[in-house]
Each structure stands twice: as C-alpha cells, then as structure tokens.
Design a protein around this ligand. Structure first.
Ligand code: PLP
Length: 463
C-alpha cells in the first residue's frame, strides 16, 4: 500500500514512512493511493467477532504487510485491552431507530483513545525495528494531549512532550495528563494561551535542528494511522446493526473532520452508509461549507463543547481531494485561496459531497437544552459534544426508517461543568478514575518562549 499527498507534489510513501511522517512536504495530507474493498461476504463474516478481530481485518490491508500479521494482531489486541468495556465501543439504543456509539470507555474517556492507543504501539514497533528513538511534541487544550500521553506511556522508544496553557485547562483534563508519572512523559504548562503553545510546536516541526537529528513525530489527526484506526468502529457498528444487508447513517460531532472522514473511508470500502451528518458547535465552518458553500474562516468561539472549538478543519482537505477527483493542484489552489480570503467550492465537487453529507450546527444554549431533553427522553446524560450530535441526528436525518448512530465522543464526567450548567448535580467519574483528583501530579511551568521550550525538550528526552 502506497500513500500519496492531497496536494500532489510530495513523494509517495509506505505505511511505515507515513506513520512516522505526519504532514507531507508539499503541505498536504497523506491518503491511500488505492482503497481496499470489502465484499458483502467479508462484511457479513465480521458479524459477531470481537472488536480486536474486526479491527485486524479492517486495518490489515492498510498496513500492507509492513508489520507481520502475528505482531500486528498482538498490537491490536493489546491496544484495545485498555478499554473498560468488553465491546470497546458499545452501541446503546436510544429509541426505535436512534443509537449511541459510546466511544468513551478508553483510558481518557474520549474517542481519541481509540486511535491513540494503537498509534503509540505502532510507532514504538517501527522505531524498535529501526533501532531509533523519536520525540513526540503536541499542544493541547484538552482531549488530544491526555489521549496521546496514555497511548505512549509504555513506549520504550518514544518521549512525549505535551504543552498545555498554564491554568487554562480544566482540572480533570490537566490531571489526566499530569498524573501520568512515566519516565518518558513530560507535561509542560506554558505561561500563555493555547495558540502560543501551538505556535511553538509548529515552529519546532518546521525546524528540528534543536533535536540533533532525532525524529519529531506528530500524533494529531493529520497522522494517517489515526484515521485508519477510526474506520474500525464504523464497520463494527454497521455490522452489528445488520450491514451489509441494511444501510445505516452516522451522526458525528466534528471539529478537525478526522472522525467523520474515517467513516467516509469505511463507506468507500463497501460499508453501506446512507448519510453522514456532520454536527458542529458554534464553530461551524463545516456546516457553513456544506449547507451554504461558505468556505471561510470565522473567529474562534469558546463553547461548552471545547474539543470542537476550531477555526479550520484540517482533515476536510482529505475529503476535498476526493471531491475534486483527486486533483492535487485544484486542492492546493482552493486551500491557498481559503488561507487569504473567503472561498467557495466548485459546483461539481460540492454536489458530490452533498449526496452523502448533511450538517447541522448547535449553539451553547441548545446544548444545555439537549442535555436535559435527552435525559428526560432516554435516561442518558450526554456530554456536550455528544449533545450536538444528538440534536443534529434528529434534525438532519434524511429518513426515519434508516437507523442513525450518533457517536458519543466523550464521557459526561469529563465535561461536568456543562452537565452542571444543564441543571444536574454532576457526574461521577468511572471507577477506574475515581481517585483522579487525589493522584500525584508532575509538570513543568515554562515561559512562552521557543528557546526555553526547545532547550527543555532537548535536555529532558531520554537517550
Ligand atoms: C476531538 C474531539 C471531537 C472532534 O473530532 P474530529 O476528529 O476533530 O472531528 C469531538 N468530540 C470530542 C469529545 C473530541 O475530543
């Protein structure tokens, strides 16, 4: 399996290279050159298998033999053994034809665990084989940092540095990162805001000289392996509800578009999906683009669903590449225009997208209403991200006969503030995390200065 860039100018890479690389040298994102496809029989055969077995079957073609089957299967089984539910990502029925796919049973209680538990293990495998070490750097305002740390804490060949804005992340989110006391985990509280932290990470990727040749690896959702791992639960949920004999629809609380893009890939490989509903909060670039062809940036709004607070959706580029008939030059031109001014999609690609994608945007007041309403109707306490999906599924579904599966991307205890604002007393953390607020923490506070951060990384990393 080869991977090519969405902007058409970077060299094609193998799976191993693409996992270790991140962004393409032409500024694009890597996608598979060709997609494997599942026959109806192959899908039907997955019914009743464990999550790890389905994961192995779905992802194996993308690995393309670069990890031997026995080893890859072990990595997959090991990654998903960290989830506290045997089904890993269980389905729960809400009403006659609306289901929740609970993606929050991993170590940090949000969907990013599904991909990052596996990515850390794959990276460590390749680095060990090459006899190399690597450094991961990332900036986080919440979910990504803790999921990346949990995914890498046992990796011998990786050191991970996660920057968060000092005193500007919630206590639960901070403690999920800072209470991991492993030797290869370094939490850095930056005396600045998230953008300062993000800018320093970007600058470090652009000029890696401070690491003297050690590789810097990206674990954000531009890394192909994250998309690959996320395809699995679409297939598992579809098969559980009757695929390939029955179509389903998915509703996905979205920000960088990595999660829903993985569903689209699963659909292209043969999973019958009627409709993808893209749910956004007030940061609605995806909704404005799909509904009004308004592909433009808007100022960031801080919402009750903070993990969906974005200005630009990086993975949307992967979908545009397909919509534009895999014309890298056209994608590069569109995104260059978009960088400077409001842009619009050409008619043919836009119509192609609208055949499969619908969208809906939910503001903060509505998020609170939905948390109350969903509880009244179903008994479930939804987290604020899932609440956007719940409302979008009800309002934007094409028909009532096709089952719709809303992705529950986080556990409500992780975003207890919003749940309390909706009128609840709070939500208990699951048993394995109930002592989180008493655990010892470790982190370093650094000024928002690139030199200071890079010196810290260079000095602290092991070996
Ligand atoms: C990251 C995240 C999202 C958005 O996912 P994308 O892949 O960026 O679209 C939604 N909900 C939660 C809880 C998240 O952590």
């Amino acid at each position: 399996m080869r991977y090519i860039s969405t902007r058409g100018q970077a060299p094609a890479l193998s799976f191993e290279e693409v996992v270790l690389t991140g962004m393409a040298s032409d500024g694009g994102l890597y996608v598979p050159e060709t997609l494997p496809s599942f026959t109806r029989e192959a899908l039907a055969d997955m019914a009743g298998l464990s999550y790890a077995d389905i994961a192995f079957r779905v992802m194996r073609p993308f690995v393309g033999g670069e990890i031997d089957d026995t080893t890859f299967y072990e990595l997959v089984v090991d990654a998903y053994s960290t989830f506290s539910h045997d089904a890993v990502v269980p389905l729960k029925q809400l009403d006659a034809n609306h289901f929740l796919l609970e993606q929050f049973h991993g170590p940090t209680l949000a969907f990013k665990d599904v991909a990052l538990q596996l990515l850390g293990r794959i990276l460590d495998h390749f680095l060990k084989k090459r006899g190399e070490r690597a450094v991961i750097m990332g900036a986080t305002s919440g979910d990504t940092g803790s999921a990346a740390i949990e995914g890498c804490r046992h990796c011998d060949n990786l050191d991970i540095f996660i920057l968060h804005p000092h005193e500007r992340v919630s206590e639960v989110q901070r403690r999920q990162m800072t209470s991991v006391l492993a030797d290869n985990v370094f939490n850095v509280a930056i005396e600045g805001n998230f953008d300062d932290a993000q800018a320093m990470v970007k600058a470090s990727f652009a000029d890696q000289a401070f690491l003297n040749g050690t590789r810097l690896v990206a674990v954000n959702s531009i890394n192909w392996a994250r998309i690959m791992a996320q395809m699995v639960y679409y297939v598992a949920a579809g098969v559980a509800l009757g695929a390939p004999h029955r179509e389903v629809s998915f509703c996905v609380p979205s920000a960088n578009f990595g999660n829903v893009f993985a569903g689209y890939m699963a659909n292209k490989m043969g999973l019958p999906v009627k409709q993808f509903i893209v749910a956004t909060n007030a940061n609605d670039i995806l909704h404005r683009t799909l509904a009004d062809n308004d592909f433009s940036k808007k100022e960031l709004a801080a919402t009750l669903a903070p993990s969906m607070d974005i200005v630009v959706s990086s993975n949307f580029e992967r979908l545009l590449f397909d919509a534009y008939g895999r014309d890298g030059k056209a994608v590069a031109e569109l995104l260059e225009r978009f960088r400077h001014e409001p842009a619009a999609l050409a008619e043919v690609p836009l119509n192609k997208l609208r055949e499969k994608f619908s969208s809906y945007s939910v503001d903060d007041a509505t998020i609170l209403d939905v948390i109350r309403e969903a509880h009244r109707r179903t008994g479930e306490v939804l987290d604020p991200h899932t609440a956007t999906g719940y409302r979008a599924a009800e309002r934007a579904r094409a028909d009532a006969a096709t089952p719709v599966i809303t992705l529950a991307t986080a556990h409500p205890a992780k975003f207890a503030d919003a749940v309390i604002q909706a009128g609840f007393d709070g939500v208990a953390l699951p048993p394995h995390m109930s002592d989180l607020l008493e655990r010892e923490e470790r982190y370093s506070v650094l000024p928002a200065e690139l030199d200071a951060v890079q010196r810290f990384v260079a000095e602290q990393r092991r070996g």
